[in-house]
Design a protein around this ligand. Structure first.
Ligand code: GLN
Length: 483
């Protein structure tokens, strides 16, 4: 069975299922066996939903046996970042404050995937409340990069990326507020898509920063990411920022069209600061794309240098508001009745015991930049600069269709390397944050096919597209992968 798991893609799984090469049940069981063995060293999962998963896999098998047509995602084993709610499953957000909480309803993305009869293996580890770039901020345990167990998988969706990379799930869901899908995808050698702001409903997502958050897929290939994305996108009455998907060639890329896309290289992203291995990887990616006869043009995104500063004002501001709801009264409580004498006591003790260092830092920062007197100096100004960053992209997309950039300045760093220095940690998102601030879609694609056996550390190539043009970046990704 192990052989199947390691070779599967979503379409391969679907064909095998229809041709009766295996059952959905067998595959799900195979995944759980492999997780039991492998996840001891990786640490990708926080909880498993084995009974429910095997039950839904058998339901798919019954349907297939009776000749009823099933969705391409039917029976597909997925991992879900522990900030997305699945009814009756734990949803800790990687935080001790939600240790005892389980969800009372399904997120819209889960509802859609359940309709397609996807199988949910479990909930994946992450940086607490999705704050971080290494998954070292998890309130529970470390995640190890499957390519080198002494290195981080990236973050904050480190568990989802590592699960797909180590074949402990066929695909996964993550969230990306400043790079949390693309950066771990790059570190773990998988594909990760941050959709356009508004493309996917966030109903049932534990919010970090609501003007930036998006849910998106991880897959082994750009095609797998496109399949999952096509299922979860679209408008939802429960999320007023969500927009209906337009007809496009997402699922059947028109490579004749893709070949003619003009590719922009932003000079600010290549102006030094890339590690030698990333520089080499990017040169290789560029050579490959040029061999496909794609046209390149240098562009400028002049306000890139302000993106990190803007993000670390807007994100903490929104996060401090979003995290106010965790007060020991709603959701769940971690301090016992005996320890509290008053309501104030509950607030203080529960939040005191529940939040780790990074949420505290950001609650403090956010409360500060929103306070009277500082609001105009920091928050209002950051919003104006955010506008300029968006304008940079608007200008660039008058000239080109897709932007070509590194996903990260370095490959996966060592566990512990940056934990003492938050600023150096924040810098690992320097190339991913601008797309969140502008709301444009971006995908990270492995520069080449990496194998866990040869231990070479993966490098991610980032393709950024126009609003709602995921079909361009995923199509180009698939074209690139065909090499
Ligand atoms: N690493 C970034 C941060 O710490 C991004 C987080 C995210 O995208 N959820 O905020």
């Amino acid at each position: 069975m192990k052989k199947h798991l390691h070779d599967l893609t979503i379409k391969g799984f679907h064909e095998g299922l229809l041709n009766k090469e295996f059952s959905a049940f067998e595959i799900a069981e195979g995944y759980f066996d492999w997780i039991a063995e492998k996840d001891k060293e990786v640490g990708a999962y926080l909880s498993l939903q084995k009974d429910e998963a095997l039950k839904s896999a058998s339901e798919v098998d019954v349907k297939v046996a009776s000749g009823v047509e099933v969705d391409v995602l039917a029976g597909v084993p997925l991992a879900v970042k522990d900030v997305v709610l699945i009814e009756d499953a734990p949803a800790s957000a990687g935080s001790k404050i939600l240790e005892k909480y389980s969800a009372s309803y399904d997120a819209t993305v889960i509802k859609k995937l359940k309709e397609a009869q996807a199988v949910f293996l479990g909930k994946t580890n992450l940086d607490e409340f999705a704050m971080g770039s290494s998954t070292e901020n998890s309130g529970y345990r470390l995640v190890h990069n499957p390519y080198d167990l002494l290195r981080v998988p990236g973050g904050s969706s480190g568990g989802s990326a590592a699960a797909v990379a180590a074949n402990m799930a066929l695909a996964a869901l993550g969230t990306d507020t400043g790079g949390s899908i693309r950066q771990p995808a790059a570190f773990c050698g998988v594909v990760g898509l941050k959709p356009t702001y508004g493309a996917v409903s966030r109903h049932g997502l534990i919010a970090l920063a609501s003007s930036l958050d998006q849910i998106g897929p991880f897959g082994k290939t750009a095609e797998d990411a496109a399949i999952v994305f096509s299922k979860i996108r679209g408008s939802d009455p429960f999320d007023s920022t969500s927009v209906e998907a337009e007809e496009d060639d997402l699922l059947k890329p028109d490579f004749e069209r893709i070949k003619k896309l003009r590719v922009g290289i932003p000079k600010e992203y290549f102006a030094g600061g890339l590690s030698p291995e990333v520089e080499k990887g990017m040169a290789e990616a560029e050579r490959r794309l040029r061999s496909l006869k794609l046209e390149f043009e240098e562009i400028s995104l002049p306000h890139t240098k302000y993106a990190l500063s803007v993000y670390y004002i807007i994100l903490p501001a929104e996060a401090s508001a979003n995290l106010a709801r965790f007060d020991g009264i709603r959701y769940s409580r971690i301090v016992s009745e005996k320890e509290v004498k008053s309501l104030r006591d509950i607030y203080f003790k529960d939040r005191g015991a529940g939040f780790g260092a990074e949420p505290r830092r950001r609650i403090l920062l956010g409360t500060f930049v929103l306070s009277a007197g500082y609001y105009d100096a920091y928050y209002a100004k950051a919003q104006k600069v955010r506008r300029l960053i968006l304008r940079d992209f608007d200008e660039a997309f008058k000239k080109v269709d897709v932007i070509f950039a590194p996903t990260t300045p370095t490959s996966a760093f060592k566990i512990g390397e940056k934990t003492e220095d938050p600023l150096s940690m924040y810098l690992s998102d320097i190339f991913t944050i601008p797309a969140n601030l502008a709301g444009v879609p971006a995908v990270s694609i492995p520069v080449k096919k990496y194998s866990l056996a040869d231990k070479e550390l993966p490098i991610g190539l980032q393709l950024i597209g126009r609003h709602f043009r995921e079909a361009d970046i995923l199509g180009l990704g698939q074209y690139y992968e065909r090499l």
